[in-house]
Design a protein around this ligand. Structure first.
Ligand code: PLP
Length: 440
C-alpha cells in the first residue's frame, strides 16, 4: 500500500480530523509527526524537534524506549487484551501490588480505568457510593479548588475551574459544586491562613452535602500551572478528617516524579482517601489510569446496597498497558530519578531566569521538572507555535503560559536548547490587541 504524501495527509486531516480544543477549519497549524525517539520528534519533512512537553506529562522516559518497547512486545506475544470481568492476569495483579507499595501508606485497593478523566469519574462515584452506603446519602457534592483541572468528561468538568473549564457553556447540565480560592501561597511559603479559613468555612457549612474535596496536590496543571504550599495540603487533610469529607488527590500530572517526589502528596506527607493516577503511569505508551483507595472505603461500599462498585470500563486493566506500566515504574525506580529531576530543575531555573526581566512576562516559576513562563496576556498560538518549530523545539503554549515539562532522560544540551528557544521566542513577543504575538 502506498503511503499518502504529507500534503495528502494534511489535506485529509483538515477535512476529517478533529484536534483537541480546536475548531473545524481552524487555521492553527498542525505538524505531521512520523516517529519519535528519545527526546526527539521527527516531522514528515525530516526535521527533528526536541520535545519540551513529554506529550502532556506522559513520556517521562522519552519515546521508543527499548525497555518499554520490549515490555510491550513480550506482552503482545501473550495477549493484547482480555476482559477483566471474571478474569484476571499477571500484569494487572503485579501492577496493583506495585502501585500499593509505592503510593502513600494506607492505599490498599486499586481500581483500573482507561483514561484520566474516567478515573476521576470513578473517584467521584466511589465517594458518592461510600457516603450513601455509610448512611449519609446527602453527602454527594464536591468541593474543588479554583484553577483546578480534572478532565473533560461531564462530572470531571464540574470540578474543574468554572472559568477556564468553560462552565458557562454547560451551565444547565453540570452538577453544581462548591469552589474555594486557589491557594495563594507558593511552594516555599507557609499556607495563607485566609485560604485555609475559607476551606474550613465551606467544609463546615456544607459538611452534610459534601462527599469529597478533590484537588491536584501541590501543582495545579492545565488550570494555570500554579504551585502551592504543602502546608495547605496538610491543612486540607486535617479539615477533611474533621468534617468527614473524603480527600481525593488527582495526581494524573504530578505522579511518578514530576514534582521532585514520586507523588506530590509526599511533599506534605499526607495520604489521600482516594488517589487518581494516569498519564505517566504507562510512560506515555498507552491510555490507562488507576484509582487507589483505602480498604475501609472498599469495605463500606461492598457492605452496602447493592454491595458492588458500579463501574467497569471495557478496557479496564488492559494487559498491554499494565505490562508497560510495570516496566515504566521499574525503569523509573531503578534510575537516579530524584537526582535527574533536581538537575532538570536547576537547568530550568538557570535557563528561564532571564525571561523574568521581560515586560511581557508576569512570572517565571520552576518546580521539579516543570518550568513555567507566565505572560501578561494570552499567547496567539497560531503565530507563536511555528516560531518554536522553527527553533527546533516542540513547545505548546496555552493561555498565558509557555511551559516546559521535558522527559526525565533529557540531556543538558537539549534542555539548554529548550530553555534558550523559550527565552528567544518569548523575548520577541509583544502584546497586540490583548494577545502576545511575535513582533517581527
Ligand atoms: C490530564 C489530566 C486529567 C485527565 O486525564 P485524561 O487522560 O486526559 O482524561 C485529569 N486530571 C489531571 C490533573 C490531568 O492532568
Amino acid at each position: 500500500m502506498t503511503q499518502p504524501t504529507s500534503e495528502e495527509l494534511m489535506r485529509i486531516d483538515r477535512a476529517h480530523v478533529w484536534h483537541p480544543y480546536a475548531a473545524i477549519g481552524d487555521a492553527t497549524p498542525v505538524f505531521p509527526v512520523v516517529s519519535a525517539e528519545g527526546v526527539r520528534l521527527t516531522l514528515a519533512d525530516g526535521r527533528h524537534l526536541i520535545d519540551g512537553m513529554a506529550s502532556w506529562w506522559c513520556a517521562i522516559h522519552g519515546y521508543s524506549h527499548p525497555v518499554l518497547n520490549a515490555a510491550a512486545e513480550s506482552q503482545l506475544a501473550e495477549m493484547a487484551h482480555v476482559m477483566f470481568g471474571g478474569l484476571t492476569h499477571p500484569p494487572a495483579v503485579r501492577l496493583a501490588e506495585r502501585l500499593v507499595s509505592i503510593t502513600p501508606q494506607g492505599l490498599d485497593l486499586v481500581f483500573f480505568a482507561d483514561s484520566g478523566s474516567v478515573s476521576v469519574e470513578v473517584a467521584l462515584k466511589m465517594a458518592i457510593q461510600y457516603w450513601r452506603d455509610f448512611g449519609r446519602p446527602g453527602k454527594r457534592r464536591f468541593v474543588a479548588l479554583r484553577n483546578g483541572y480534572h478532565g473533560d468528561t461531564l462530572h470531571a468538568m464540574s470540578v474543574c475551574d468554572p472559568v477556564t473549564g468553560m462552565h458557562s457553556l454547560f451551565r444547565d447540565v453540570l452538577p453544581q459544586q462548591l469552589f474555594v480560592p486557589a491557594p495563594r501561597a507558593g511552594f516555599a511559603a507557609p499556607a495563607d491562613p485566609a485560604d485555609v479559613r475559607r476551606l474550613e468555612q465551606v467544609l463546615s457549612e456544607h459538611a452534610d452535602q459534601i462527599a469529597g474535596l478533590i484537588l491536584e496536590p501541590i501543582v495545579q496543571g492545565a488550570g494555570g500551572m500554579r504551585f502551592y504550599s504543602p502546608d495547605y495540603l496538610r491543612a486540607a487533610r486535617e479539615l477533611c478528617d474533621r468534617h468527614q469529607v473524603l480527600l481525593i488527590a488527582d495526581e494524573m500530572a504530578t505522579g511518578f516524579g514530576r514534582t521532585g517526589r514520586l507523588f506530590a502528596c509526599e511533599h506534605a506527607a499526607v495520604t489521600p482517601d482516594i488517589l487518581c493516577l494516569g498519564k505517566a503511569l504507562t510512560g506515555g505508551y498507552l491510555s490507562s489510569a488507576a484509582v487507589l483507595t483505602r480498604r475501609a472505603v472498599g469495605e463500606v461500599i461492598s457492605a452496602g446496597e447493592p454491595g458492588l462498585f458500579m463501574h467497569g470500563p471495557t478496557f479496564m486493566a488492559n494487559p498491554l498497558a499494565c505490562a508497560v506500566a510495570l516496566a515504566s515504574i521499574d525503569l523509573l525506580l531503578s534510575s537516579h530519578w530524584s537526582e535527574a529531576i533536581a538537575h532538570i530543575e536547576r537547568g530550568l531555573q538557570i535557563g528561564l531566569a532571564s525571561c523574568a526581566e521581560l515586560p511581557q512576562v508576569a512570572e517565571v516559576r520552576v518546580l521539579g521538572a516543570i518550568g513555567v513562563v507566565e505572560l501578561v496576556a494570552p499567547v496567539d498560538v497560531r503565530s507563536v507555535q511555528p516560531r518554536f518549530v522553527a527553533e527546533g523545539v516542540w513547545v505548546r503554549p496555552f493561555g498565558r503560559l509557555v511551559y516546559l515539562m521535558p522527559p526525565f532522560v533529557i540531556e543538558d544540551s537539549d534542555l539548554a536548547a529548550l530553555t534558550s528557544a523559550v527565552t528567544k521566542v518569548v523575548a520577541c513577543l509583544i502584546v497586540v490587541d490583548g494577545q502576545c504575538r511575535p513582533s517581527t
